[in-house]
Design a binder for this molecule. Structure first.
Ligand code: PRP
Length: 188
């Protein structure tokens, strides 16, 4: 799949090192507490799987799937839950795991929705942050890497559901997505 990559932004080793650091920080911050980790499908799957193995505090995890309603998330800002978590988060310490924050609309929706369920605390951990694309002001509590406004794939991130299995995070060659993209949000 090398032929679709314009540039590797983060190698598997760089990702693993940063995930380890995030895990250590989270373990320190939640010492003596139990966490409920909520992974946002589908992009966060690989990140979450690696991150939780670096968290030393006890935790339970669950998964949530969200989708934009009608038009693209970035243009409408209307998000809905496709698959909710099964566990109650009332009085729990909740950490939402995302692969990327772009406009911020998805994360804002998740924070608003989950906070209405009265958790003891609610924080977010994202692997990639694209602050230049933000439409609303929101800052993740934990952040792996700040990236420029490039179309990235790998380590869970997709273009048209593909390339999620790449072990690195890479910039996709514009010619790969320009033909298909057609104004539709396909990834990030
Ligand atoms: C991506 C990503 C976030 C959202 C961020 O999801 O996983 O959930 O977009 O964008 P925003 O900050 O502009 O709201 P996507 O819809 O691509 O789904 P996926 O995780 O299944 O790939």
């Amino acid at each position: 799949m090398k032929e679709v990559m314009a540039e590797v932004l983060f190698s598997p080793e760089a990702i693993a090192a940063r995930v380890k650091e995030l895990g250590a920080q989270i373990s320190k911050d939640y010492e003596g507490k139990e966490l409920v980790v909520v992974g946002v499908l589908k992009g966060s799957l690989l990140f979450m799987a690696d991150l939780i193995r670096e968290i030393k505090t006890p935790l339970r995890y669950d998964l949530i799937a969200v989708s934009s309603y009608g038009a693209s998330t970035s243009s409408s800002g209307i998000v809905r839950i496709i698959k909710d978590i099964d566990v109650s988060i009332e009085n729990e310490h909740v950490l939402v795991i995302e692969d990327i924050v772009d406009t911020g609309l998805t994360l804002r929706y998740l924070i608003t929705t989950l906070s209405s369920r009265q958790p003891a605390s609610l924080k977010s951990c994202v692997l990639l942050d694209k602050p230049s694309r933000r439409k609303i002001e929101i800052t993740p509590d934990y952040n792996g890497f700040v990236i420029p406004d490039r179309f990235v794939v790998g380590y869970g991130l997709d273009f048209a559901q593909r390339y999620r299995q790449l072990p690195m995070i890479a910039v996709l060659k514009p010619e790969v997505y320009s033909a298909e993209k057609n104004g539709e949000k396909e990834g990030n």
